[in-house]
Design a protein around this ligand. Structure first.
Ligand code: PXG
Length: 460
């Protein structure tokens, strides 16, 4: 299937024009302009090709989103057919359309039974913006309008718009004008870095108890909800210790604080369960979704509500003054529907749980279990992080771990594999359709990149 793309422009020409007009995400634009971005031109399955014809195995599913991989003709056909039939209509004038109705039916057939309604958005950031307003509106409707404060976590990520970045705990984003009132944060449950002498179980409980302390400090009567990713994604693919989520759930229930799971990365099969909270065994009141909902083929997100919240809003709330031009966009909905059908009918989520997920975790442990550079391997399903360590016995990290991880990522690109770096962790989250052979290639190329990094760090 290696069909070359006919390009009528040179890479340098694209780069020059890009530099002239485009501000990229999370980058020093001047430095990027000097370097010139890679120009990606084609995708098929797990593979991408750049404008120079170089092929990459995409170990990150784009940005954790292409569950079905690239080039799925059933998704493009669903989009084309919906565009021909009804390219756009909205949810404002007492109207709806079949694509969004059928998508919701399928979505709730995949979700646990205590969820009943969804508000569609175009992205994960928007889902979390909508979350804040919906949660506050819920508390108004049930007669506790003073419950407004949202608690998030340091190093959590909930998006890049104003309120979503405030909910998140990326301090460097807050410093760039990203704060709003009535938001508080507690520490992240990252045992490898912050656990000190505590066992993971003790540390997990300690982190969870911070939520109780914060609620008591702010007054439970003022706290609307706690938002967290079931595992931190952008923050470094960090799994909390097993003691964490049961304790968080107990605290939220005890103080009547809504438990809001950000499933933007964890949702749609990534862990081998349909949703990551099912893997970790807790029951959130709301779910923020996006990314894998459409396999990234079109932008779409949403906020899923439990029956308790939806009943209050629908039965007692009257008008909820909220709406987006593109909520439930018919073409995005048609693609999401085709995507979820494929994930279900081709048994892909089950395959991640029973076969490819355990296989990836097994080969990672075989290859990196005794690696001199890797202090911890975390993961489940098609999701994994490798933690760099200078001294594995004391969990001491390299002073320049960020540079090393970035270097490792660059070596990966040279070797033809895309993996992601965050601080001292290398992350992989390949498409859920990955075969064992592709996972072998992912891990082997990652090993070469890590070994090259280990040589620079004096570990090999
Ligand atoms: N919540 C979570 C948990 C996310 O990971 C968002 C919300 C925001 O979604 P949108 O669709 O507005 O981008 C995200 C996004 C990375 C990376 O490098 C991760 C995300 C976005 C960009 C980069 O890991 N996640």
């Amino acid at each position: 299937m290696n069909v070359p793309v006919q390009l009528n422009r040179l890479t340098e020409d694209y780069q020059k024009s890009d530099a002239a007009h485009h501000i990229h995400a999370f980058v020093d634009q001047k430095a990027l302009n000097a370097e010139g971005p890679r120009v990606m031109v084609r995708g098929e399955g797990l593979y991408l090709w750049d404008s120079e014809g170089k092929r990459y195995l995409d170990g990150m599913s784009g940005l954790w989103c292409t569950q079905l991989g690239y080039g799925r003709r059933d998704l493009t056909a669903a989009a084309a057919s919906q565009m021909d039939q009804l390219a756009y209509y909205n949810m404002f004038f007492h109207t709806t359309h079949p694509a969004v109705i059928e998508l919701s039916e399928l979505l709730f057939s995949l979700l646990p039974g205590h969820y009943s309604h969804v508000i569609y958005t175009n992205s994960g950031s928007e889902a979390n913006e909508v979350l804040i307003r919906t949660v506050r509106r819920y508390w108004q409707v049930v007669g506790q309008p003073q419950k407004k404060i949202m608690i998030g976590r340091w190093n959590g990520y909930h998006g890049s718009t104003l309120a979503a970045s405030a909910l998140g705990g990326m301090k460097f984003m807050h410093e760039m004008g990203g704060l709003i009132p009535d938001v508080a944060h507690i520490d992240e449950p990252y045992w490898y870095v912050h656990g000190g002498e505590l066992t993971p179980a003790e540390f997990g409980r300690r982190c969870a108890l911070q939520l109780e302390e914060k609620i008591l400090e702010l007054g439970a009567e003022n706290v609307a909800g706690f938002i967290a990713e079931p595992f931190q994604g952008a923050g470094g693919m960090i799994f909390p210790p097993e003691s964490y989520w049961p304790e968080i759930q107990r605290i939220c229930r005890q103080y009547d604080v809504l438990l809001c799971a950000d499933e933007v990365i964890g949702g749609f099969g990534r862990t081998g369960e349909w949703f990551a909270h099912q893997h970790f065994g807790f029951e959130p009141d709301t779910l923020s979704i996006a990314k894998g909902l459409t396999s990234g083929y079109l932008p779409m997100g949403g906020l899923v509500l439990s029956k308790r919240i939806a009943d209050a809003l629908v039965e007692h709330g009257g008008v909820f003054a909220h709406g987006l031009t593109y909520s439930g966009h018919p073409v995005a909905a048609a693609v999401a529907l085709a995507n979820l059908k494929a994930l279900r009918d081709e048994g892909i989520v089950r395959q991640v749980k029973d076969d490819t997920g355990p296989y990836l975790q097994k080969i990672l442990h075989e290859v990196f279990g005794n690696h001199p550079m890797i202090g911890e391997i975390q993961g489940t399903g098609l999701l994994a992080a490798l933690q760099f360590a200078e001294d594995k016995s004391t969990r001491k990290r390299f002073d320049n771990e960020n540079d090393l991880a970035w270097q490792c990522r660059t070596f990966g690109f040279e070797e033809g594999v895309i993996i992601r770096s965050t601080l001292g962790r290398m992350i992989m989250a390949p498409a859920l359709v990955a075969t064992r052979t592709e996972l072998d290639e992912l891990v082997e190329k990652t090993r070469i990149a890590v070994d090259r990094t280990a040589r620079i760090a004096g570990k090999l």
